[in-house]
Design a binder for this molecule. Structure first.
Ligand code: G6P
Ligand code: MG
Length: 221
C-alpha cells in the first residue's frame, strides 16, 4: 500500500475561511443597480466565486447589453472595490466561517504547513482583520499573481512559498474554478460551501465544522 503524505494545506479565502463571499455579492449588486442592471442575482454571483475582480465585473456586464470602454470598466471595478472595502471596515473575528479556525489549529498541531491561495488583492488585509494572519505560514494572493483561477498560478505560488512540491499540497476551495485550478496544479482538493457537492473536488464537506476524516485525506491511503 502506497501512502502519500500531504505536508501543506492551501486555503482559499472568501467562502472558505471567511464569509466575505456575501459582501462581494452585496457590493457587485449595488454597482449593478447603479449601472442599470437590476436582475443581478445570487446565481450570477455564484460564477464570480474564485474569479478575479475584472472577470467578476464582466459577469455583471454580461447581464446588460451595453458596451463600455476599458476606462469605464476600471472605474466600475474600483467603485465596487470601494463599496466592498467600506463593508470590510466592520470585519472582525465573527466573520470567520464555522470550523475554519479549529481546522487551521488542528492541521498546525499535526505539523502541516498552512497557506492562503486567493485571487483577492484584499487577502492580507482581511486575514489581519479576522485574526488568522498569524496562523498562516504563507500567503499567495491577487497581489502575487496575474492569471486567474482556473489557472493554477495562485496555488503554485503558494506551494513554492511553502517550499513544497505541488503534489504534497491539498487545496480547500468553495468554487469550481478553484477546484479546477488545484487539479491543474497537480494538487488534490477538498470542496466546501453551499455548492460543495458540485465542484468536482476529490473530497467533499458541507463546511469545515462537519466531521472530516483528516487522517485519510492527509495520508491519501
Ligand atoms: C476571490 C473571490 C472573488 C473575487 C476575487 C477578487 O476569489 O471569490 O469573488 O472577485 O477574490 O477579489 P478582490 O478582493 O481582489 O476584488
Ligand atoms: Mg472562494
Amino acid at each position: 500500500m502506497v501512502i502519500h503524505m500531504i505536508k501543506g494545506v492551501i486555503f482559499d479565502l472568501d467562502g472558505v475561511l471567511v464569509s466575505t463571499d456575501e459582501l462581494h455579492y452585496k457590493a457587485w449588486k449595488r454597482l449593478a443597480k447603479e449601472i442599470g442592471i437590476s436582475d443581478f442575482k445570487r446565481e450570477d454571483n455564484e460564477k464570480q466565486r474564485g474569479v478575479s475582480r475584472m472577470e467578476s465585473l464582466q459577469i455583471v456586464l454580461d447581464k446588460g447589453n451595453k458596451s463600455y470602454t476599458e476606462e469605464e470598466k476600471e472605474e466600475f471595478a474600483e467603485r465596487k472595490n470601494n463599496y466592498y472595502k467600506e463593508m470590510l471596515k466592520e470585519l472582525d473575528g465573527s466573520a470567520v466561517l464555522p470550523g475554519a479556525l479549529e481546522t487551521v489549529k488542528l492541521l498546525k498541531e499535526k505539523g502541516i504547513m498552512t497557506a492562503v491561495g486567493s485571487a483577492s488583492k484584499n487577502a492580507p488585509d482581511i486575514l489581519e482583520k479576522i485574526g488568522l494572519l498569524t496562523y498562516m505560514d504563507k500567503i499567495s494572493s491577487g497581489l502575487d499573481t496575474t492569471r486567474s483561477k482556473p489557472d493554477p498560478e495562485v496555488f503554485l505560488v503558494a506551494a513554492d512559498k511553502l517550499g513544497l512540491p505541488p503534489q504534497d499540497c491539498l487545496v480547500i476551495e468553495d468554487s469550481a474554478a478553484g477546484v479546477q485550478a488545484a487539479k491543474a496544479a497537480g494538487m488534490k482538493a477538498l470542496g466546501v460551501g453551499p455548492y460543495y457537492f458540485s465542484l468536482g473536488a476529490d473530497y467533499e464537506a458541507e463546511n469545515l465544522a462537519v466531521s472530516i476524516n483528516w487522517e485519510s485525506i492527509l495520508n491519501e491511503v
